[in-house]
Write a protein that binds this ligand. Structure first.
Ligand code: PLP
Length: 354
């Protein structure tokens, strides 16, 4: 469909890069000089272009603004030892974006469109990949419906875009989470397995209530019984129980994280037993009290591995093993970060050089 993909490039006259203090980059506020755009019209993707990053006119009747027909992805590029961009498992983000697209009634994005636009944009804004320690270039592909029509129906026109944002080192300070037993992020039959805009808008209020009580994030439970742990909103959750790596099995209310999958693959390679199954709140709370649950962590692109320091449940805080004593989380974090940054061998072939 896009076999003869030609990307029209309009460069900025003057780069804004000199205005950026790369030693102190706030998350998600700084964008590179350029952005990629493509239009879906009459059943085809076309008008591939890279233009200066900036505001764009859209119709006030855009369904994405009214009904949330928008999906996104998130990945990171690191500056490799020879200045190349190292992108972690981008094909998996491409596949997942198409899973999200199907659920929201959006057209498929051909692999070439995703990968070529990404490579071309990164090449143009290569200087923006931070070389400060721990920093990276956050990549945000997204798609929204672009009809001018406020009826509710599958849209006919769409916009696919990629924007890039340098981000500073993520200090994985241990996270305090609260188990949510009232509000719901995603229900069976819903859109939880898609990276769809509305899932996140609806989660802000319950998360804010927990933040007011001193927690960083929620651990969501299943919508029906609130007895089983699901995930943490932008991270999947993983446990070490009796030396077994345990994580909730994927379902239509859990986002299939690429970090989650990477951790499972590495653990299996190291000969560790892994289980993807239902994980009850009861099992975790009792396991913390008895000492069987030795490690709990979030897994996601932003933090890679975010150690969970304590879990709040029914008004009580349950403390976990101090982070420095967590053998598996620390090992997997070091290994994954090493692979992503090109400092360690990549036996799984995860890193794509651009
Ligand atoms: C993006 C996301 C994750 C983590 O996925 P990664 O591919 O590892 O970044 C987990 N849960 C939700 C709800 C997410 O949106």
């Amino acid at each position: 469909m896009v076999e003869t993909m030609k990307i029209a490039v309009k460069r900025v006259n003057t780069s804004r890069i000199t205005e950026v203090d790369f030693t102190n980059i706030p998350f998600g506020k700084i964008y590179t000089d350029h952005m990629f755009m493509a239009d879906y019209r009459n059943g085809e993707w076309n008008n591939f272009r890279i233009i200066p990053y900036g505001y764009m006119p859209i119709s006030p009747a855009t369904p994405a603004l009214h009904y949330g027909q928008s999906i996104f992805e998130g990945m990171k590029a690191y500056r490799g030892p020879d200045g190349e961009a190292l992108v972690f498992r981008p094909q998996d983000n491409w596949k997942r974006m198409n899973i999200s697209a199907e659920r929201i009634c959006m057209p498929e994005i051909p692999e070439e469109l995703f990968m070529e636009s990404l490579a071309t944009l990164i090449d143009l804004d290569r200087a923006w990949i931070p070389d400060t320690k721990g920093a990276s270039l956050y990549i945000r592909p997204f798609m929204f419906s672009a009809d001018e029509y406020i009826g509710i129906k599958p849209s006919e026109s769409f916009t696919f875009m990629i924007i890039l944002s340098p981000v500073g080192a993520y200090y994985s300070t241990p996270v305090k989470v609260r188990i949510e037993t009232h509000y719901t992020r995603a229900a069976q039959g819903g859109t939880g397995y898609a990276k769809a805009g509305g899932n996140y808008g609806g989660a802000i209020y319950p998360a804010k209530l927990a933040q007011n009580k001193g927690y960083h994030q929620l651990l969501w439970t299943d919508a029906k019984t609130h007895e089983y742990i699901e995930e943490s909103g932008t991270m999947n959750v993983m446990f070490v129980i009796d030396n077994v790596l345990v994580t909730p099995a994927l379902s239509d209310s859990i986002l299939a994280g690429i970090t989650r999958d990477s951790v499972l693959q590495m653990a299996r390679k190291w000969g560790m037993k892994t289980e993807e199954r239902k994980v009850s709140v009861k099992e975790i709370i009792e396991g913390i009290e008895s000492g069987k649950v030795t490690e709990v962590f979030g897994a996601g692109t932003a933090a890679t591995i975010a150690p969970i320091e304590l879990i709040g449940y029914n008004g009580k805080d349950y403390y976990l093993t101090p982070v420095e004593k967590r053998e598996f989380s620390n090992k997997v974090l070091a290994e994954l970060e090493g692979i992503k940054r090109g400092l360690k061998p990549d036996p799984f072939g995860w890193v794509v050089k651009m």
